[in-house]
Design a protein around this ligand. Structure first.
Ligand code: DAK
Length: 259
């Protein structure tokens, strides 16, 4: 395992790797170095067949307060032009394995955008979500203007992006941002349990399922259905599909191999 300073990594024997944001002194602000480590950790997980699902989390009281404002203050237009952060965000965006976000406390700005890159979000009852960039005279920079509206609809997205107001865990659940709410001390455990349930499925089917659900943001229904049908046919050529069906018929647990 590589040596990281801004994140920590922990893996279990059930195919789950937990990536924890670890800059408590700066409310886990996503400085460039942290994003680079995160992109690197995801790239390592991508290449490791033993990892089936990732959990991204912060602490019991805080997910992340956004981009590092102190770092941003140093960046003029030329520095922003050469900014490496969009490349790291691209790596995060293109990660193909399932990602569960376990979110407690503040989940703001770039932190919220990171959580929205996850496929499933489990929120602690103390979670607060917001896009407060407008208070700094800027706008969301990692997809907040695009992903939020696709999840919660125009009116709530506009309210959050234009006013900078936060919403709580209950509101996030009602708006479809969170899949589940739990007590803050249980958020990570809950996310890991879900990730373990996911990690033991067929990695090929998982990858296609994730890709197709995300594709629905970008395609017409007809194109999406076509892609789904072709993927469905493709899966019939895999060992995992035969194993899944055989296991069901033989009343045993499947053992997927990713072949
Ligand atoms: N950056 C740097 N430091 C931060 C920080 C942040 N985002 N948030 C908090 N801190 C630091 C504080 O400065 C303080 O440090 P010290 O003064 O002790 O050294 C420490 O963390 C504790 O913060 P507070 O004292 O403020 O704690 P409170 O509990 O009173 O308040 C708070 C918590 C989260 C409400 C407050 O800290 C706050 O409002 N933080 C800023 C939230 C925010 O505005 N977030 C949006 C940042 S802009 C891009 C991609 C993404 C983005 C931009 C471009 N590209 C790819 C181009 C994203 C932009 C953003 O996220």
């Amino acid at each position: 395992m590589r040596d990281y300073s801004d994140i920590t990594i922990e893996s279990d024997d059930k195919g789950v790797r937990v990536i924890r944001l670890n800059r408590p002194e700066a409310h886990n602000a996503l400085r460039t170095h942290l994003l680079a480590e995160l992109a690197d950790a995801l790239s390592a997980a991508q290449q490791n067949d033993a990892i089936g699902c990732i959990v991204i989390t912060g602490s019991e009281t805080l997910f992340a307060a956004g981009a590092d404002i102190k770092e941003m203050a140093q960046l003029d237009a030329v520095a922003l032009w050469k900014d490496q952060r969009p490349l790291h965000w691209k790596s995060i965006r293109e990660f193909t394995k399932p990602v569960v976000a376990a979110v407690n406390g503040y989940c703001l700005g770039g932190g919220f955008e990171l959580a929205m890159h996850a496929d499933i979000l489990i929120a602690g009852s103390n979670a607060q979500f917001g896009q407060p960039e407008i208070n700094l005279g800027i706008i969301p920079g990692a997809g907040g203007t695009q992903r939020l509206v696709r999840t919660v609809g125009k009116s709530l997205a506009m309210k959050m992006v234009l006013s900078g107001e936060f919403i709580n865990a209950q509101q996030a659940l009602a708006a479809g941002i969170a899949a589940e709410i739990t007590q803050p001390e249980n958020t990570l455990r809950c996310a890991i349990q879900l990730a373990q349930k996911i990690a033991c499925k067929s990695p090929i089917a998982l990858r296609l399922a994730k890709e197709l659900v995300l594709k629905s943001y970008e395609t017409t229904l007809e194109q999406g259905l076509d892609a789904e049908r072709k993927s469905f046919v493709f899966l019939a050529a895999t060992d995992d599909r035969n194993e899944g069906i055989s296991a069901f018929l033989e009343k045993r647990e499947p053992r997927f191999t990713g072949q």
